[in-house]
Write a protein that binds this ligand. Structure first.
Ligand code: 13P
Ligand code: SF4
Length: 337
């Protein structure tokens, strides 16, 4: 498989070398100054990482920030495809990812060769691809979308143009219902959003009868059918802090609840459980790989670092630029800091 992550070399310092009395937050702050770095974090990161970041956002807002930054180093606290997007959009910057293994089940489900064949089987179709995919798959796509701009972008595609949508099957079905457009779907799913249990959410609704449910469109239809609000992580956050009511059941990765509690401390945010009720399967295991220690180490070692072969980067840039151009009307987060 084509690798975009350069691992730390043998001289690199590891977790065992960290002085246990070191003030990691202060050291990360010092390195940020020294390296002229910006720390970007997704809402699914640990609260302590979110609190250290210069900007916390959803996939679209993070892409916009990565494209616009004048920092020399982008430290991306998220998963690999997000760090790759930062490098594709800002090739002159050094892009660091705290853990090289921070992947994504959607990215894994859609490998470049099968995706190329999928395209070849539908030569007249436009390939609309969810941003949760590798740089190589982006390079084979026509337009990239996120959950916050997909509907707006689909509305701008001529009615008679057939569409392939990859890799998230549930998001694809949701978009078909929303847009009234047929699309040919790739069969990928997110292992986190796939786990939410309809039965457990109904039980929560009985226990908290006034609670509103907010869900990410990566959830299956049965969960979306219970939702009062469906949208990207940022739109779920906006809904939870601005909507009337006190109780909110949150059907997305619970890392986002950190921001909700900060911004609306008087409200109650209840994480939607997985099928076993008490299991931790609603936590993204890839996002959870990034820790404060690894964030510090990647800034010391300047690795793991994203490097993308120029032909792949240039090919992947095209559909990403189309995304940014076609979603100019989609507002940026008002106050995601
Ligand atoms: P958004 O932040 O764009 O809603 O994406 C959610 C997600 O699953 C990221 O991996
Ligand atoms: Fe991928 Fe799902 Fe984790 Fe997002 S939550 S990074 S879609 S596995």
């Amino acid at each position: 498989m084509y690798q975009t992550i350069v691992a730390a070399g043998e001289q690199a310092i590891g977790e065992r070398d960290i002085d246990p009395v070191l003030d990691l937050e202060a050291e990360i702050g010092r390195l940020r100054e020294e390296l002229n770095a910006v720390i970007l974090a997704h809402y699914y990161q640990d609260g302590e990482i979110q609190d250290l970041a210069d900007f916390v956002g959803d996939s679209l807002d993070l892409s916009r920030r990565a494209a616009a930054t004048d920092a020399e180093v982008i430290v991306f606290c998220g998963v690999r495809f997000m760090a790759e997007v930062a490098k594709i959009l800002s090739p002159s910057k050094t892009v660091l990812l705290p853990d090289a293994e921070a992947g994504c089940s959607l990215e894994e489900s859609c490998q470049p060769e099968p995706f190329r064949r999928f395209r070849e089987q539908h030569p007249d179709h436009l390939a609309l691809t969810y941003i949760n995919c590798s740089a190589e798959v982006k390079a084979l796509s026509d337009i990239i979308v996120t959950s916050s701009n997909a509907a707006a972008i689909i509305a701008r595609i001529p009615e008679d143009r057939p569409i392939l949508f990859a890799p998230d099957h549930h998001l694809g079905r949701y978009l078909m219902r929303q847009s009234g457009r047929e699309m040919t779907l790739w069969p990928g799913t997110c292992i986190v959003h796939e786990q939410f249990s309809e039965r457990e959410i109904v039980k929560l609704k009985v226990r908290y009868p006034e609670a509103k449910v907010a869900a990410h469109p990566e959830c299956p239809d049965s969960i979306l059918a219970l939702a009062d609000h469906i949208g990207s992580t940022r739109s779920i956050l906006d809904f939870a802090i601005t909507a009337e009511g006190r109780d909110f059941i949150i059907a997305t990765e619970p890392g986002i609840i950190h921001q909700m509690k900060k911004r609306a401390p008087h409200k109650r945010f209840i994480p939607a459980p997985g099928a076993e009720g008490e299991c931790a399967c609603n936590i993204c295991p890839f996002m959870a790989l990034n820790t404060l220690e690894k964030l510090y180490l990647c800034m010391v070692n300047m690795a793991p670092r994203v490097e993308i072969a120029e032909p792949v980067r240039v090919a992947a840039l095209k559909p990403l630029q189309r995304m940014l151009e076609m979603s100019l009307t989609v507002p940026t987060a008002a106050a995601a800091e």
